[in-house]
Write a protein that binds this ligand. Structure first.
Ligand SMILES: [Zn+2]
Length: 138
């Protein structure tokens, strides 16, 4: 074991707070409490993941719409009003031109406080680390 729980902790059940008897490393008063505790934690995790994935899907859909309309840059506030969430990204890096570049699955874009720009779709096979579109930052 990498760590040891001190004997002062976990004297009450992590789920119901009831007193614990028996082994000093016991955390739950019963299997029922143990299951409830882990199920809830699992469900909370699932919810966080689902919320994040949904935001990413929405972002992707939005960026896709922009690209289809031939739009490669947009005011960040306008994007936010359409439900775009700048904090939800699948990747991030600084480009050679020192822009903050985010990715949303296969779509990449640069971002500042004011706008997102250089929105573009990655071609299949160009997911490497090489900066494909260097130079033309406007
Ligand atoms: Zn309990």
């Amino acid at each position: 074991m990498a760590y040891k729980i001190s004997e002062d902790e976990h004297k009450s059940c992590l789920e119901c707070g009831g007193s614990l008897y028996g082994r000093p490393d016991k955390k739950f008063c019963s299997n029922g409490c143990k299951n409830r505790f882990h199920n809830r934690r699992y469900n909370d995790e699932r919810k966080i993941i689902e919320r994040t994935l949904n935001a990413l899907y929405r972002n992707h859909e939005y960026l896709n719409c922009l690209l289809k309309a031939g739009i490669q840059s947009i005011d960040i506030d306008v994007a936010k009003m359409s439900g775009f969430r700048p904090e939800s990204i699948t990747g991030y890096r600084k480009t050679r031109s020192r822009h903050s570049e985010c990715s949303c699955f296969d779509i990449r874009y640069c971002i500042t406080e004011q706008k997102i720009f250089r929105i573009r779709k990655m071609e299949i096979g160009s997911y490497s680390e090489t900066d494909s579109g260097s130079g033309s930052a406007r």
